[in-house]
Design a protein around this ligand. Structure first.
Ligand SMILES: Nc1ncnc2c1ncn2[C@@H]1O[C@H](COP(=O)(O)OP(=O)(O)O)[C@@H](O)[C@H]1O
Ligand SMILES: O=P(O)(O)OC[C@H](O)CO
Length: 494
């Protein structure tokens, strides 16, 4: 059996897979989001750890399995989210600064003005944007005196969520990450596969706080026996979007998946060479296995399912995210309402840190159902923005898209997505592809499975959504979406 730990932005999950790659059980726990200031987003790193440990322990108890039966653990995680902790006590020096947090936007402008954007682009495949970890690390070092003092004594550790969980699982024995997570920090050189000294210098980050980088599949360490009653090897780590790419079986160059979670993330496998984007996409490591790195092009949308969460938790017009489908289908269309959920600026392909959310086209006849429908449609429009950029970079027409993530359970959304893209969507029967990807990497790393075993698991039935919207309708709606997006641009610029 393989245990996958899937630490997402909205919840922590633990999933058990049997020797045939079948999902045996799942435990999940949402945790608190903190919004201390406009466009700041934080998590309590201790709560991330507690919730992740609890779901794993609960699952083992519920399934009534012996911890010795777990052959390996795979970790997958929300990426970029930044945690700094005291090496001696293991206590975080600040709340985790979440990937969506925009507090370092003005510093990113300074980076651009200082002429660093080209170096960043060429060596990391990323942009000078508040999304990535480096500017968040710098912010903590500058604003939290304890962090600075610990750094001076070489007693400070940095990690993305994978490293933090690994550290806690091994009781402080292992400080490592994998290339898929490292490639989201703005500190990792895509070509050498190492932390880049010039980037560390630009950001003023000491090298000794960084984790060691190990292949995504292979032994990272063993769990402390006090946690589960056994020393379980941790043999797979990947950022959640790359894990989903792996879990969807997108192993060949040119294959694409889109994940609908808190955000939306479209990734295309580009093979063993990093490919530059001319269309606002990111170049990233997909995974490293057996000394071979695979790369991907990625389009990232910051707010997707989170817009539905906002309707539920802030506006309180939904009892659950699932209900969005019911309300959306109470009306034939949005009656001209467009919802641009740029709560955290706009990611790919716009990269506008100062865009902010808007609901446009309201009239006296607008209802809750129109707004809910517009929110769901915004996930599909944002994904179309990504796909067009990807097609431009890859020079390939895309006819089929593999989909997954929490919001992909919404049939209304999937049909609308297929219509607006004019492409077939394939939703696998196992929707937990992120966790499956982590389990596969761990299973390979522990030599429980071979690649061909995993290919056998992947050949399962998928549900297909076929496009069914007249071209003129599709084009008209998308043109209105682009107009709506243009109205949100640069809103918060000082
Ligand atoms: N049926 C649904 N319709 C629309 N959105 C949904 C639905 N179910 C879940 N979501 C949204 O999907 C997100 C959760 O998906 P998940 O893949 O678990 O996210 P993450 O990995 O980011 O924590 C939430 O933002 C939630 O609002
Ligand atoms: O938690 P998710 O699934 O929304 O994924 C978050 C991404 O990894 C952020 O880059």
């Amino acid at each position: 059996m393989i245990l996958a730990l899937d630490q997402g932005t909205s919840s922590s999950r633990a999933l058990l897979f049997d020797k045939n790659g079948q999902l045996l059980g799942l435990e999940q726990q949402e945790f608190q989001q903190y919004y201390p200031q406009e466009a700041w987003v934080e998590h309590d790193a201790e709560e991330i750890w507690r919730s992740q440990l609890q779901v794993a322990q609960r699952l083992i108890e519920k399934m009534q399995i012996s911890p010795q039966a777990i052959q390996a653990i795979g970790i997958t995680n929300q990426r970029e989210t930044t945690i700094l902790w005291d090496k001696k006590t293991g206590r975080p020096v600040h709340r985790a600064i979440v990937w969506q947090d925009r507090r370092t936007a003005s510093y990113c402008e300074e980076l651009k003005q200082a002429g660093h954007a080209d170096y960043l682009r060429q060596h990391t495949g990323l942009l000078a944007d508040a999304y990535f970890s480096a500017t968040k690390i710098r912010w903590i070092l500058e604003h939290i005196p304890q962090a600075k003092a610990l750094a001076e004594k070489e007693q400070l550790c940095f990690g993305t969520v994978d490293s933090w969980l690994l550290w806690k699982l091994t009781n402080g024995k292992v400080h490592k990450t994998d290339p898929s997570n490292a490639s989201r920090t703005l500190l990792y050189n895509l070509h050498t596969g190492e932390w880049d000294p010039k980037l560390l210098d630009i950001f003023g980050i000491p090298a000794h706080i960084l984790p060691k980088i190990s292949a995504s599949s292979g032994l990272f360490g063993h769990t402390d026996p006090a946690l589960f009653g056994a020393e379980i090897p941790i043999t797979g780590i990947a950022g959640d979007q790359q894990a989903a790419l792996f879990g969807q079986g997108c192993w060949q160059a040119g294959s694409v998946k889109n994940t609908y979670g808190t955000g939306c993330f479209m990734l295309m496998n580009t093979g063993n060479q990093p490919q530059n984007s001319n269309s606002g996409l990111l170049t990233t490591v997909a995974w490293e296995i057996d000394g071979q790195r695979t790369y991907a092009l990625e389009g990232a949308v910051f707010v997707a399912g989170a817009a539905i969460q906002w309707l539920r938790d802030s506006l309180r017009i939904l009892d659950s995210a699932k209900d969005s489908s019911y309300f959306a289908q109470q009306v034939e269309d949005t009656n001209g309402v467009y919802f641009v959920p740029a709560f955290a600026g706009l990611g790919a392909p716009y990269w506008d840190m100062y865009a902010r959310g808007a609901i446009l086209g309201l009239s006296r006849s607008s209802t809750k159902a129109h707004i809910v429908r517009a929110a769901l449609e915004s996930l599909a429009y944002q994904s179309k923005d990504l796909l067009l950029a990807m097609q431009q970079d890859a020079q390939l027409p895309l006819v089929q898209l593999k989909v997954d993530g929490g919001a992909s359970a919404n049939d209304f959304l999937m049909q609308f997505q297929s219509d607006i893209l004019n492409a077939e969507l394939l939703r696998p029967s196992l929707q937990e592809t992120t966790a499956a990807g982590a389990a596969y990497l761990a299973g390979l790393g522990a030599k429980v499975w071979t690649k061909s075993d995993i290919q056998g698991f992947l050949a399962k039935q998928a549900q297909s959504f076929q496009p069914n919207m007249p071209a003129t309708d599709r084009e008209k709606r998308y043109a209105r979406w682009l107009k709506a997006v243009s109205r949100t641009r640069n809103w918060a610029e000082e």
